[in-house]
Write a protein that binds this ligand. Sequence first.
Ligand SMILES: [Ca+2]
Ligand SMILES: [Ca+2]
Ligand SMILES: [Ca+2]
Length: 252
Amino acid sequence: MATFRFVGVSLLLVIQIRTAFGDETAGSFEQPRYTIYRAVAPVMIDGQLDEDAWQAAPVIEDFHFTWYESGVKETSTARILWDDTYLYVAHVCEDAWIAARCREHDGPVARDDCFEVMLAPDVEQPNVYFNIEWNVLGAWVDNHRPHGPKQPKAHRWDAEGVKIAGTYEGSLNDDTDRDVRWTCEVAIPFTNFTGFAQHTPPRPGDAWNLNLNRHGGDTNLQYSQWSPADTPRPSFHTPHRFGRVTFSDKMR
Ligand SMILES: [Ca+2]
Ligand SMILES: [Ca+2]
Ligand SMILES: [Ca+2]
């Protein structure tokens, strides 16, 4: 009888510990949030972030090196804006070794230093998402996952009207020296998400799930992202871990 009681108490303890651990694990992910303000004036897509609108936009600077093993953690900053036509994304990537060779649409951009926006335009359908990934030369890859990340193949999707411009300080594809940074300015027409977003263009207060990812390059290849994924190996395709952005009609 005494043995039975001991086992019973032990099982109870195990259950309590597991419950506590599970709660802690579930609570450890805090979805990052960002307010997308309206651009106060037109944004010229030229790779220069000198518009007043960019200066006024909040800065995302807490990029996570989710699968870090070794090497230099090069920092990134990003900002997002919108107007009635476009979602704008801008980023600055500190980079001592900038690589970019791909110039064609849907080419091997992922081998270059590249930056990506993943977006799920309807928070009620978080597994329905899109990704656009570009390099400093303005080449991009675009894909649509209408059934979540586990489908075997990305659905062919060509975003229309995307504008990308990049600038860099340093030497491209020459890792014998040290570069400084590369910057891109991107405009994505909202019409690409008609039928997927609640409203196109969004209405103030609308929310999307979104993530920003960076990786690639020849030297010091790293993976970093705004909202950290939860996979053991590098994979940005974790829409359940995207951040949350809310469109505001305010101008800062
Ligand atoms: Ca500009
Ligand atoms: Ca690099
Ligand atoms: Ca270089």
